[in-house]
Ligand binder design. Sequence first.
Ligand SMILES: *Cc1c(COP(=O)(O)O)cnc(C)c1O
Length: 380
Amino acid sequence: MSKKINTPYYMCDESLLRANLEILDYVQKESGAKIILALKGFAMWSTFPLVKQYLKGCTSSGLHEALLAREEFAKDDPNLEVHTYSPAYKDEDIDQIAEISDHIVFNSPNQLFKYCDRVKNINPNISMSLRINPEQSSSPKDIYNPCGLYSRLGTTFANFDERVLEHIKGLNFHALCEQNVDALEDVLAAFETKFSKYFKSMKYINFGGGHHITKKGYDVEKLIRIIKEFRAKYGVDVYLEPGEAVGWETGVLVSSVLDIVHNGMDIAILDTSAEAHMPDTLAMPYRAMVRGSGEAGEKKHTYRFGGNTCLAGDIMGDYSFDEPLKVGDTVIFEDQIHYTFVKNTTFNGIKLPSLVILKEDKTLDIIKEFGYQDYKNRLS
Ligand SMILES: *Cc1c(COP(=O)(O)O)cnc(C)c1O
């Protein structure tokens, strides 16, 4: 690296991103499924010229993501699709969403009946579908389980209203989180048992996200087999819409040690924040890997890493190193590209990390730096 970049920054490595996209494209080609990017998990749109060499569009969670998908992904190519799903749409957004979406997915029959005529008037070519809750999931964490107890996401069999059938061309489900293909098999079995009688009037079935396709050990061949069999059995198109699997292990969050304090143990204060910049480490929670480190006590020098905010619980975890850390040292958190900058906040007025791309020719492109105005402009 020739140029010094101020920390903190996220650095997405385009060659790693391409490697993920190659795997996803292999699934598309072998299975016949279409794969679209869930913007919710990864929305570094400067990489979209690369992403759209492979994926067939984006899925968005509402008006703003749909606008981004239309502007930066599916602008000039009629073969690239914008899908939109919201738990509930609002009167003031629905017309624009209808205009810019190729697919619109409703969460409940209520919402579908409320908006279907309006949507079709605005965009006669739009495909409408209903999100189903298959009521089967082995999602490892409640906070990420769309089929958990009292879930508001998707329509259960008991709430399915057959009058939706005259309006919809597809059914969606999203029931997985970071899971292998066995979990998909279980969900599909439940979904088919309840809903397969409706499949013959459908053009497509969307299997949602949460497929950990690009993680080592994922059974890609089995996924391909399942999709092929499903398509053959029911004569429908199949979509997958992963977010995490696109951004998985494609880059890092680079930060610096600002100070080291002692209170029962050694504590390093970093110029980043678990709360503001690595939110899933607190929400899930999980311990992000740090390059060159071991578990607490594994190597000679152990530190607790804390963020530069006033939240006591703004802690990344405990890490050990062969050599003592010094103020100014660089700390690199691994795998910090998905579900990080899409969720960031300016809590405490802390500066947002810059966004950097490591291009395939190994040059660094600082695509975005943030400052005081980004904090101020969201307040008034
Ligand atoms: C979050 C979400 C996705 C993407 O999930 P990943 O776990 O990032 O693959 C896809 N579809 C829907 C409806 C979602 O809510």
